[in-house]
Design a protein around this ligand. Structure first.
Ligand code: GDG
Length: 473
């Protein structure tokens, strides 16, 4: 079967298109760009290279024709509601997600989910193959699409293919539980460059490749036999993702956002210290661990309501997956107990918000927070940590950061914690609350330097430069 070629020299492939469907008052539909870092990072590249973006438009059971939005050519891949259940909620979010995050929650292995994952990955590969021009560069994103690189290579051997994994890659002892461990690793090895968040993720991938296939590896290179006595070279290494630092800082400097931050403090009853957590409501984020630590500090009277308030934004996430429903119940029970025991009429112990907020409100919260809590049990990178730092142009605020978040490799001037060590979190909270202004500024300045040096534009440039380099060999 011969594969049709398209006209785009640069193609990004991700589970979701970077736009949301909006239904207007008159019933017509339009598309609005979703506010993600990835779009911001890739927009200039897309524009310069005449790029296309392949992805699911976010609504099941509808066929949408390719369309232009925001100067991007968007190529929708349709999914039925059954496919969304098995490929996305099932295999991606209830098998791969817990498995790749150290089995914090037990992964479910279902053969029907795997079958659908394969079918959907084939559909994404075909759609990408059809739009890519001869010798184009295709950049596949994330764990939902790990089979696409090899499928695409077999359809279109002329392409240069990159893959970036936004979540961790687990140690072999965990990865090897996956019944389809060979197929997934083979899928990834179809890429020319495989990007990970941390060097430890890349090292885990190397070890999986050695154990499963016995291929020769010399970091960052893997030699994959080409079936004709030679080999292809695949580069696998860390490219730590980042944020659009300037745009966060710009919002954080707006007078109305600064004023909003002041109002937030006032509305909370003007506590001496505001501690903040911002997470998707996900079991990887260690929300329960930080609540436990805070509850104990209140119980043993190391801090008191009124002096210290914890604001926890838990944005709704994957609400149809059982483990997430359970997590929500657990977290809300804990918050209710702590508030019942320690809140007063005028001062809440915890302001718990199960909502998504506009970017401006998030930035105002970052500005209002004296202490930012990132206590993930496992996290590919954690952009919230970087956003907090980017917003603090006043060079104040303390970041408490889990060593199990990728961001810990770069943000060494945070107070690094092991989130499993509740005493350790409590000590870090107290240290942050009592930290002298001078030390806060010294640390924040160093953190800001680091985040500014490696912003998201730098991330995509570095990845694409590496890809270009191998493509030309
Ligand atoms: C995956 C990996 C990796 C959250 N609530 C609201 C809101 N957010 C925004 C945050 C941040 C983003 O969502 C979350 O990014 P994280 O990096 O913290 O975590 P994941 O969603 O798990 O992302 C992660 C990332 O991919 C990128 O590679 O860092 O490790 O798990 O930008 O600000 N934004 C708004 N309202 C909310 O209520 N506007």
């Amino acid at each position: 079967m011969s594969q049709r070629e398209g006209r785009f020299d640069f193609v990004v492939v991700s589970n979701r298109l970077p736009v949301d469907r909006v239904v207007e008052a008159d019933g017509s539909t339009t598309w609005q760009r979703s506010p993600g870092g990835l779009v911001t990072a890739l927009e200039p590249v897309m524009r310069a290279a005449d790029g296309a973006w392949v992805g699911w438009p976010g609504k099941p059971d509808v066929e949408v024709e390719p369309f232009e939005a925001d100067d991007m050519h968007l190529v929708p891949v349709s999914l039925t509601s059954g496919e969304v259940e098995r490929y996305y909620e099932g295999f991606s979010n209830d098998t791969l997600w817990p498995l790749y995050h150290d089995v914090i929650s037990p992964p479910a292995f279902h053969r029907e989910w795997w079958e659908t994952y394969k079918e959907v990955n084939e559909r994404f590969a075909r759609a990408s193959a059809e739009v890519a021009a001869p010798n184009a560069t295709v950049w596949v994103q994330d764990y939902q699409l790990q089979l696409v690189p090899a499928l695409l290579r077999s359809l279109r051997p002329d392409l240069t293919i990159g893959f970036f994994n936004h979540i961790p890659f687990p140690p072999y002892g965990i990865y090897s539980q996956l019944p389809w461990r060979r197929a997934i690793a083979e899928g990834l090895l179809g890429a020319d460059v495989i990007g990970f968040q941390r060097s430890s993720d890349a090292a885990n991938f190397f070890s999986a490749v050695r154990r499963l296939f016995g291929y020769g590896t010399r970091s960052p290179e893997i030699r994959v036999p080409d079936g004709a006595g030679g080999h292809r070279s695949v580069i696998a290494k860390a490219f730590p993702i980042s944020i659009d630092v300037e745009s966060f800082e710009e919002v954080a400097r707006r007078p109305e956002v600064i004023e909003r931050a002041r109002r937030i403090r006032q509305d909370l009853g003007d506590p001496a210290t505001i501690m903040l957590g911002v997470d998707r409501l996900d079991y990887t984020k260690g929300i329960g661990h930080r609540l436990k630590a805070f509850g104990e500090l209140l119980r043993d009277k190391s801090v008191s309501t009124g002096d210290v308030t914890l604001v926890q934004v838990a944005s709704p996430s994957r609400e149809r997956v059982e483990a997430y429903m359970q997590l929500r119940d657990e977290i809300e029970l804990t918050v209710g107990r702590i508030n019942g025991d320690f809140s007063t009429i005028s001062h809440p112990a915890i302001a718990y918000l199960h909502h998504g907020y506009p970017r401006e409100e998030m930035v105002a919260l970052y500005l209002a927070a004296d202490v930012m809590l990132v206590t993930a049990l496992r996290d590919g990178m954690n952009l919230v940590a970087k956003e907090y730092v980017a917003c603090r142009h006043d060079e104040d605020g303390v970041l408490i950061l889990s060593e199990f978040a990728g961001a810990a490799d770069e943000l060494r001037n945070a107070l690094l914690v092991n989130p499993h060590d509740i005493e350790g979190i409590k000590e870090a909270m107290l240290q942050a609350i009592e930290m002298p202004k001078r030390e806060r500024s010294t640390r924040m300045r160093a953190l800001r330097r680091r985040v500014r040096e490696n912003d998201v534009a730098r991330w995509s440039q570095t990845f694409l430069d590496t890809l270009r380099h191998v493509g030309h060999r």
